[in-house]
Design a binder for this molecule. Sequence first.
Ligand code: NAI
Ligand code: MG
Length: 325
Amino acid sequence: MTETIAVIPGDGIGKSVVPAAVRVLDSLDLGLSFVMADAGDETRADTGTPLPDRTIETVESADATLFGAAGETAADVILPLRSVVGSYANIRPARTYPGVAAVAPDTDLIFVRENTEGVYAGIESSIEPGITTLTRVVTEDASRAIAEMAVEYATDRDSSLTIAHKANVMRTTDGLFLDTATAVANEHGIDYDTALMDALAMQLVMEPEAYDVVVCPNLAGDLLSDLAAGLVGGLGLLPSANIGGDNALFEPVHGTAPDIAGEGIANPTATILSSAMLLEYLGYDQAGRQVRAAVEASLENGPKTPDLGGNGSTEDVTSAVIDRL
Ligand code: NAI
Ligand code: MG
């Protein structure tokens, strides 16, 4: 079967790191077919909308999407696209690599973040001038879905699972999240611990090597994964996946990097690693592992872009990864 990948470079460095990742995917000869689509600031300037219907249709009918970044229009592009793929899980690995400087050199974490509810459900009210409220939504279904996914990651990695929560304060909502996630972990007979999310933030800084897969409610996952990004040394390295029931979108965590856009020096690693996650999502586990290994070897011994202290170009790093494949 030929899988179709929707490819949306977007703006800024998206225009160089996404084609770099497509070159890597193409070099594997898996017979994937790529369909280019437009979104972002330039698309808005050209067409009047940052996310044309044609792009949405391309994403809907593709087996998976690889997205770069959008500039000012990011929220108008990426939030709707995440819902087009029905994403309920945001997966953010954060790990260090040999040969790359990091605050915490032995970090290898995967955050499995609930992506639809919590305080990001968007239910806010202005009661009267000076008084506002927010409704936090937690459902058993969404908690179960995210916990199942986290258990899958922990099982694949043969690792433990940490369930982040604040059920001592948010007794009803995080109580449900915690009860549901622990029930799922128990059903699967997997090792887990639970951690209060504030204390966990400190522990992740003091002792990141003690953690592996961390399942989190929405806001906690956003904060803790950014904290971990800081530990491992730079946005240029961090991939992510937005997983839905039968579709998914993969993107680097970084934005359009206007300060270096067009210079040919953007680090393509985050996007290439996102494409490795895409391969695994489509069932090409071995190819995914190969891409990861090639990236690792290239980070250790090959050219590096300036964000990692080297003087290599996007092109140099991409070619080094492809050579290793
Ligand atoms: P940014 O991630 O674009 O850049 C932050 C810093 O990291 C910059 O100094 C940049 O040069 C560096 N950097 C990021 N990725 C890099 C890479 N691959 N290689 C080398 N250096 C890299 O975040 P910023 O500056 O906050 O936002 C810039 C634009 O990107 C804004 O318009 C924002 O709206 C958009 N954005 C879009 C996102 C998306 O589409 N998902 C996510 C984050 C920001
Ligand atoms: Mg964030």
